[in-house]
Design a protein around this ligand. Structure first.
Ligand code: FES
Length: 211
């Protein structure tokens, strides 16, 4: 069974969490799933130590949609509507913090993480993963964001924001998008950390939060 789009975005983080649970607290899983610790059969006392180590077998715990929990912490905001998008004409928007600039663009071809009827709408942070400069220009002829004005890194928006040239070594953070029945395109989360933040949700002010 293939990954859903949301599972794809958060597979790395969720996988890490599941791995940690499996290693660190296997007996917690036992109450929900089924962890069975099989002790070795006590051998007859022959005067020699047993050679069989204890064996632990763990069945799968009930599936937990960790990605849903993570998305739940992000604000969800409407960025645009399908009717207002044209191929190659980007829209800038702040997300998830006020002042964190992102680009949303309809690429004109299916791309990684793309939404909409053509699976071609994506959004990325415009904050360079090298040293945090804002990358201003999207070049539709190459479908890249960049070069960054500081050290010339360019990011490939067809392939998940991967670095296509330059100093940076990390993909751009990608914004998780959704489209509703009215054609509204919403930002629902961010995959990967924005440069300079240890927590994407901690900063000045979340967009849409006027408290
Ligand atoms: S800050 Fe963008 S390449 Fe250095």
């Amino acid at each position: 069974m293939g990954l859903t789009r949301r599972e794809f975005f958060f597979a790395g983080m969720a996988g890490g969490a599941v791995a940690a649970i499996g290693v660190l607290i296997p007996m917690t899983i036992a109450s929900d799933g089924e962890t069975v610790v099989v002790a070795p059969t006590t051998p007859p006392d022959t005067g020699t130590p047993p050679t069989t180590a204890p064996v632990t077998t763990t069945t799968m715990a009930p599936e937990v949609d960790a990605s849903a929990a993570m998305v739940g912490f992000f604000p969800s905001i409407t960025v645009t509507n399908l009717a207002d998008l044209k191929d190659g004409v980007p829209i800038n928007f702040d997300y998830p913090q006020v002042g964190q600039s992102n680009i949303l663009v309809k690429m004109g071809e299916p791309v990684i993480g793309g939404v909409g009827p053509d699976e071609d709408i994506v959004a990325f942070s415009r904050i360079c993963t090298h040293m945090g400069c804002t990358v201003p220009d999207y070049k539709h002829e190459y479908k890249v964001l960049g070069p960054c004005p500081c050290h010339y890194t360019t990011f490939d928006l067809v392939h998940g924001g991967v670095v296509s040239m330059g100093q940076a070594t990390q993909n751009l953070p990608q914004v998780l998008l959704s489209v509703n029945d009215s054609g509204d395109v919403a930002a629902d989360g961010v995959f990967r950390l924005v440069y300079g933040y240890a927590n994407t949700l901690e900063g000045s002010q979340l967009v849409g939060d006027n408290t």
